[in-house]
Design a binder for this molecule. Structure first.
Ligand code: UFG
Length: 344
């Protein structure tokens, strides 16, 4: 059984990926310092898959502890590197925190890989690297734009660090995955998105408003150059996204890659506006989301959605879940969280 190290494996995308990896028989080791997640996620993963993954509470910035961890699980076949900070606004206020955490953790992993004979790494990147694309839908060939935040910059620099490292040493190969906007939760509602404090992202704010934890959703701007004036994004079900990671790992282990660094967009190919998301959410759940239009949020991109053709053709992967099902799953998760809170 091949062994996969998943850094950030108790986080939102990480936990769903661990489930999909275990579902197809991979042995998983999670490294996470729980800075933005909860140890209870392991219970959810175990409930769904019947397997409790190995877990190490380690900060990937800590080289010595990571070195020991690689010694302990000595024949790791591939790494999926999710562990990173991801709040755009916070990254503007605390850039060094972001550069330190997101970049040093990656450099540590790349340094440790040849020492511990690990060849393969999947890197979590983001559509943020495209900025506001000139042509939509956006393909992998679109130019990389100057990052609008230190967070976005860590993704661009992270990609460059990987490309330079691989260029310098034939011992590595990598698949870089550029995510569009992941939302939703596992169908079991045992795992989902669990933001600390006030959510930054749209969907958790929508579900928390719908359940009454927040009074009102703020829609950031309705004067954009889009049909209804609100921003457009490509919202992808987190389980669809998770499955792409399994395919990426299998592709590297089965030596199907055509170059030592491959880059893929992971999106649905469909753009939806903020107002369309609210409307769809209300339709599928029957619950009203009180909202008001406020000023634009600084740094927001007007519209972006993926051309996922390359991932469809080369990985044989596509996003299957409908937006209705995705929104329903996010709501089921929020209801489950509320039940848990009541039981406590
Ligand atoms: N939005 C609102 N109200 C909110 C939150 C968001 O109207 O309370 C709008 C935003 O203005 C944007 C859309 O909803 O138009 C989506 O916003 P998100 O914050 O959910 O996500 P972003 O598109 O801003 O994506 C950013 C980065 C990604 C990163 C992601 C998750 O660009 O790289 O945040 O942190 F992965």
């Amino acid at each position: 059984m091949a062994k996969v190290l998943v850094t950030g494996g108790t986080g939102f995308i990480g936990s769903h990926t661990v489930v999909e990896l275990q579902n197809v028989g991979f042995e998983v080791i999670i490294v996470d310092n729980l800075s933005n997640s909860n140890i209870d996620v392991l219970n959810g993963i175990e409930k769904i898959t019947g397997i409790r993954p190995a877990f190490e509470n380690i900060d990937c910035v800590d080289y010595v502890s990571m070195d020991r961890m690689f010694d302990k699980y000595n024949d790791i076949d591939a790494i999926i590197h999710f562990a990173a900070f991801k709040a755009v606004g916070e990254s503007v206020e605390k850039p060094l925190l972001y550069y330190r955490n997101n970049l040093i953790s990656l450099v540590n992993l790349l340094q440790l890989m040849p020492i511990h004979k690990v060849k393969n790494i999947v890197f979590s990147s983001s559509c943020t690297v495209y900025g506001q694309p000139d042509i939509l839908p956006v393909t992998e060939e679109a130019p990389i734009k100057i990052a609008l935040s230190p967070y976005g910059n860590t993704k661009q620099i992270g990609e460059e660090i990987i490309r330079d490292t691989i260029h310098s040493n034939p011992c590595y190969q990598s698949i870089i995955l550029r995510y569009f906007n992941p939302i939703g939760a596992h169908a079991s509602a045992e795992i989902g998105e669990l933001p600390n404090g006030v959510p930054n992202n749209l969907l958790p704010f929508v579900t928390q408003t719908a359940i009454g934890l927040r009074k009102q959703l703020q829609v950031f701007g309705n004067d954009y150059n889009t049909p209804d004036g609100s921003c457009i994004r490509d919202y992808i079900h987190v389980v669809d996204l998770a499955k792409a990671h399994v395919i990426a790992v299998q592709r590297m282990l089965n030596e199907k890659t055509t170059s030592r660094v491959e880059t893929f967009n992971l999106g649905t190919g469909v753009g939806l506006s903020v107002l369309e998301i609210i409307e769809n959410f209300e339709k599928v759940t029957g619950v009203k989301v009180p909202y008001r239009i406020v000023d634009r949020r600084e740094g927001d991109i007007e519209k972006v959605w993926a051309d996922p053709t390359y991932a469809n053709d080369v990985l044989g992967w596509s996003a299957n879940e409908t937006v209705e099902e995705t929104l329903r799953s996010a709501w089921a998760w929020e209801l489950n969280l509320a039940q848990r809170a009541q039981a406590e």
